[in-house]
Design a protein around this ligand. Sequence first.
Ligand code: SAM
Length: 208
Amino acid sequence: MLQKLYDKYVCPHLINYAMQMKPFRKQREKVIPSASGRVLEIGIGSGLNFNYYNKENVSEVFAVEPDEILLEKAKQNAKINNINLNVQQIKAEELPFDNNSFDTIISTYTMCSIPGLSSAMSEINRVLKLNGKFLFSEHGKSPDINIFKWQKRINAIQKRIAGGCHLDVDIPNEITKANFKLNKIDSMYVPGPKFLSYHYWGVASPLK
Ligand SMILES: C[S@@+](CC[C@H](N)C(=O)[O-])C[C@H]1O[C@@H](n2cnc3c(N)ncnc32)[C@H](O)[C@@H]1O
């Protein structure tokens, strides 16, 4: 009961606050400007990527976001940024879009929170065009065995306080497993607690 109230009324505001921190802003700056054409954001949250769009290259922006409060914030941020956002309150495990219908799909800090990540990744593959770009910036599994052990230990608490977020997702593996080719990937610790700050970012394209 308390967990449900926390998830519904507290967690979305914490996510909106935390995701605006400097290390995340710096990562968005590295990834988002290359979005182009018809764009879909997966778990858009409060719409914090809009600032980094190269608007002249983007024709349409779609998004999915299960959380009502974050979705409303995303709509407000879209207005502020003059973006005509088409957002639906649904999950990424089943996307209501045609095959090969997007030029760019963006996931920033969402892969850690999707319960059915494999299904979501195959949906992303399905709706992305053959030459399309999957742009991602995610925190995930640390390459340091001791940090990785801590990630596993802390996961249960993290899931409860951070909207289902897992600390130890093997991001490159989840992407390639879903039949994507990694065209570019970088990784490093960004400033912050090590269990939370190992980042992976880059571009992948679907192998159909
Ligand atoms: C840490 S937030 C990141 C939000 C946003 N992408 C950003 O960069 O600020 C994780 C997001 O994943 C969303 N999410 C959780 N489960 C999801 C699912 N099954 N499908 C799509 N999004 C989901 C959450 O509602 C939340 O907005």
